[in-house]
Design a protein. Structure first.
Lengths: 336, 336
DNA sequence: TTGAAAGCGCTAACAC
DNA sequence: GTGTTAGCGCTTTCAA
């Protein structure tokens, strides 16, 4: 069985005390150069590596941060994670990535596991299913640093970073209007999510600004957030079966955008007949057919900002009481 | 500061000894039902959770497994991870996911970190850049259970699971031939990878079986494995600029398939003119345009099998000396 | 049936 | 400049 060298082993071999060895290894000022040299050399020889588990237990500090996202397969999140990692590694932190598949039970399990595993802080983007934030509040009150990104919540006061979902939705809707569309349906995400409402507001504002009456019958909620294709196809089918059917669809989430495209394709809809625009961070969105105009979020940057906020919380000597919510703008890409 | 309840706290509150509490919590046979009841109830009340760090230190066992993949943004890997998790959670294990971005330095760092963090075992799909397996050999010899999946290596004897890359490539190439193509180019992945050569062999065998002469000038190696779009575009451009240019391309990797499609699109190539078939596990591959026939791997199943193998290694009482390499078949999806 | 004590690997007071 | 001791949270002999 694998049994790495410990400080005790070194101490024994060198006839020193463990504390001396410990200090020597960390280049403590009290230790004589001679001793340091001996210890260092022996440590290298036996390939000594400090045991992070023991350190965690001792210091209540793990130099690792927990990441909780709904779905890794969602490009937005894998991009954000890449952003997080880019900074975290640089600053000497390791990341532990977990996904919830938008299940609040899984979210609870993952968060607790990470907390128990003494991560130094938590980066979380909420699951669609979650409505009870008690477990997070608890941990936050107990002093665990938490930063929310993308799918943020109001109930906990801390640093947050998200996209300007309102403007993103506004601009996308506006582009549909400007291309001559007047009957613009909305495929919306799970209603619990912060981003869902912001995007709805943007859509409505654009309609209002262009004097297009809001029609509730053109709204469809996909409460499973595109995790369930059938839900989306049914919604699309339903919309397009109406006598006064829409001439465009704005889609307020990545996964639903994809599902909508698939639905339109399988229903053999002519892209000329029905224009679509939606949020998407897929890295192949420009290759999809039927094609769509899309709102892209600054996922990588969002990850970077989130982790910087978290490290500020973690490494601050004094409790921080002034928090900031950063809003990143989005990019609208129109179909050529 | 965050400070969860400990066994000691419970013992103190209940005027019991820590050992009794410990035994009661784990339903030890020696403890009276009455005591158990009191302890359990109090534990629930204060939301006691055992500290995995302390447990790891004590037991040299963490009930967590490390996952090392090249890129989370690659659908194949996120699907495989979902498969891994599905089994791991069921069996009481937690997963720690890391990505290398196909860098062998990052791979080394991640693997070492995971080993130090005393994961009970490792699931790894090798980075394209890695050619020195010393660090893995070392850990493996020291007794760390390791299972390779998808991108496996010969140098270490253990359980492995991968796809039938030969047949996948053979079938895809054959489909191109059967559709009347005769000049079939190959866009190939980084040559260090096991999968690259297997797919090359499949391609060559199909040509041979149908009496189509192999032409080395139709092969292009994308050694950056599609992480570098320009490399792929250049290769495609180059292929299609030849006087006797190919009428089809077979692509031996997911990322390169996507890049190739993008290149064909930007070069305005008519899909009729140049047929493509390639490996891809993208969940939107059926919506891409220009469209392609694709070979899909059983990613989710592969993850499940890999983790099952790993748990067998981890939980085996006796050292295992008989290893198996499992080969999963692939699915060919033809363009309609 | 319960408790006391030692120890997993490490560090930090507090001696000397 | 170096050693002793205690303790992070938990389990596991051994003793009672």
């Amino acid at each position: 069985m694998y049994k790495p060298a410990t400080i005790k082993d070194i101490a024994l071999a060198l006839k020193l005390s463990p504390s001396t060895v410990s200090r020597a290894l960390r280049d403590g000022y009290e230790i004589s150069t001679a001793t340091k040299k001996v210890v260092m050399e022996y440590a290298k020889k036996v390939n000594y590596q400090s045991n992070p588990i023991a350190l965690s237990l001792k210091n209540r500090r793990s130099y690792s941060i927990g990441i909780v996202v709904p779905k890794l397969a969602n490009s937005f999140f894998s991009q954000a994670i890449a952003g997080i990692e880019s900074i975290a590694y640089e600053r000497g932190y390791h990341t532990i990535i977990t996904q919830t598949h938008d299940s609040s039970e899984r979210e609870l399990i993952n968060v607790n596991h990470l907390a128990q595993r003494s991560v130094d802080g938590l980066l979380i983007s909420m699951s669609a299913g979650t409505s009870d934030y008690g477990f997070l509040k608890q941990l936050h009150n107990d002093g665990l640093p938490i930063v929310f990104f993308d799918r943020i919540i109001d109930e906990i006061e801390t640093f947050k970073v998200t996209s300007d979902n309102f403007s993103g939705a506004y601009n996308a809707t506006e582009s549909l209007i400007k291309s001559g569309r007047k009957k613009i349906a909305l495929l919306s995400n799970a209603p619990q999510l912060s981003i869902t409402n912001e995007r709805l507001s943007g859509y409505m504002k654009a309609l209002a600004d262009y004097h297009i009456p809001f029609r509730a019958e053109l709204i469809r909620n996909c409460s499973k957030g595109g995790n369930d294709y059938q839900e989306v196809e049914d919604a699309v089918k339903d919309l397009l079966a109406a006598t006064d059917k829409p001439d465009a669809i704005f889609i307020s989430s990545d996964r639903i955008s994809i599902s909508c495209i698939r639905a339109l394709k399988s229903l053999n809809f002519d892209p000329k007949e029905i224009a679509i625009a939606g949020f998407s961070n897929s890295d192949v969105v420009d290759l999809l057919h039927p094609s769509l105009s899309y709102v892209k979020q600054k996922s990588f940057e969002m990850g970077q900002i989130a982790v910087e906020m978290l490290l500020r919380l973690i490494e601050s000597k004094y409790p921080i009481t002034e928090f900031e919510t950063k809003i990143l703008d989005t990019e609208l890409h129109l179909i050529k």
